[in-house]
Design a protein around this ligand. Structure first.
Ligand code: SF4
Length: 457
């Protein structure tokens, strides 16, 4: 009997997020394109109405059959829910089908047969981007790369990553256009920041491009639709390849909405900045999101912010000079910092915030450090004497699941220091909200930047 693929997606949606994520949309689109029978259901774990029992009940009512496979994407924010759902399905309701797990919580576990310890009731796992592996599994292929069946020999392989072959979930109607969308042009990241579970599901520190024609068609579709007003581009480092990123920015010219791009500031160059300014002059509200994380030399080093390519002070100097350059050209940017990092002190965190506030008009986000499964910092927790704590009461963490642990003490940081840092981060968040309100109330936020363009030429 042929197995049927059922995707259960537990998302943490912000107010403007569509309920079906881009990741699920891409898998659905792939299965649809190859006529693979499938079902999917998405839930918002941030909703007050979300309950584990309703998910379990839905699965039992729709898919409690021997040939039903239930797949979950495991992330830090839904891990505890998934564990409980699987437990109830298997041990309380004696679910007849198989349970599979993919997502970053699985992809980054590189010890042989360790996945069975994390998820003892699961039957199958996929490491890496799931589209190809699911497709091959339901096409009946043997030895699917990246698929691991519980209790069998674990080859610790990642699934093939072939975004250039994937159909677009927007162009084929799988994901309807909405005012806010997430979108991608490239997967993976060639940097190796030691706290990051985002750098690429296959852990190869490589990047993989989507098909350029698909991208061009999608951009045309977004522009012509007049529905899309806000695009968050998920590429971890959009400016990793100047020629590629400039070509994409060129295609967006005339887009009358906002585009947010995640950028590595130290590799920004004049060609990219010029293209960014041209795009802004065409009427697009471009926002560069800069992952600065820290400017403190020891913390900078321990998170492997720049690898060994440069002396630390020179690397930090590069970050600072690029941030100042964006300020000079009046290119909108947001800065993200992390607090709770190894070697960080309350004083050094304050200095980072003060430097950013003194040198740019950027909105600053400061996020508490979380040790994500499978990252280098996760494994170095003992050596670095990092202490984690869940269920912390602080307004900054209001919208975060209580079960998520944060690093709140280290040899250079007491819990009181952590709390003081969280207060600073909360203050920054309030400032950002206020600034956004003012920006939203402005009639014409798109300034002409011809003068700046002249400077760059
Ligand atoms: S933090 Fe950003 S640049 Fe660093 S590895 Fe992760 S995705 Fe790459």
């Amino acid at each position: 009997m042929k197995s049927i693929c059922n995707l259960i997606s537990l998302n943490h949606c912000r107010a403007k997020d569509p309920i079906t994520s881009l990741g699920i949309g891409s898998i659905l689109s792939t299965l649809k394109c190859h006529s693979i029978e499938h079902n999917s259901r998405s839930y918002n774990v941030a909703s007050k109405n979300f309950t584990i029992d309703s998910v379990v009940q839905d699965i039992l009512e729709t898919s409690n059959k021997r040939n039903a496979d239930i797949w979950f994407g495991a992330f830090i924010w839904n891990e505890a829910y998934i564990q409980e759902i699987i437990h109830k399905l298997k041990n309380v309701h004696h679910f007849l089908g198989r349970v599979g797990i993919a997502g970053p919580q699985v992809s980054h576990v590189l010890e042989r047969n360790a996945l069975e310890c994390y998820y003892e009731d699961a039957d199958m796992f996929i490491r890496g981007y799931a589209e190809s592996a699911l497709l091959e599994l339901y096409q009946g292929k043997a030895n699917v790369q990246g698929l691991h069946l519980s209790g069998t020999k674990d080859f610790v392989e990642s699934a093939n990553c072939r975004p250039h072959l994937l159909p677009s979930p927007y162009l084929d109607g799988t994901l309807p256009l909405t005012p806010f969308i997430r979108w991608e042009t490239r997967r993976g990241c060639s940097f190796k920041c030691s706290f990051c579970q985002h750098r690429g599901a296959d852990m190869k520190s490589k990047t993989y491009k989507f098909d350029y024609d698909r991208i061009a068609k999608e951009i045309r579709y977004f522009k012509e639709s007049k529905i899309v007003k806000d695009i968050a581009v998920l590429d971890p480092t959009f400016n990793i390849n100047t020629a590629w990123s400039c070509n994409i920015l060129e295609l967006f010219k005339g887009f009358n909405g906002k585009i947010s791009l995640q950028i590595r500031p130290e590799i920004l160059n004049s060609k990219f900045l010029r293209k960014a300014l041209e795009l802004m002059d065409s009427g697009t509200n471009l926002v560069l999101e800069l992952g600065v994380q820290t400017l403190h030399p020891e913390s900078f080093q321990v998170i492997n912010r720049y690898g060994d390519a440069l002396p630390i002070n020179k690397a930090i100097g590069n970050v600072k000079s690029k941030v100042k350059e964006l300020q000079k050209y009046n290119i909108s940017h947001d800065i993200s910092l992390i607090f709770g990092l190894p070697h960080q002190t309350l004083e050094s965190f304050k200095q980072d915030v003060e430097w950013c506030e003194a040198n740019t008009s950027a909105s600053i986000d400061a996020f508490p450090l979380i040790l994500l499964r499978g990252t280098p910092l996760f494994y170095e927790k003992k050596k670095l004497q990092l202490i984690e704590k869940a269920n912390i009461q602080h307004p900054l963490l209001e919208n975060i699941q209580e079960f998520i642990k944060h690093v709140c003490s280290s040899p250079t940081m007491t819990f009181e220091d952590w709390y003081a840092m969280a207060d600073i981060a909360y203050g920054l968040l309030q400032k950002k909200k206020k600034k956004k309100k003012v920006q939203d109330s402005l009639l014409n936020p798109f300034e002409t930047r011809v003068e700046h363009l002249k400077v760059l030429h």
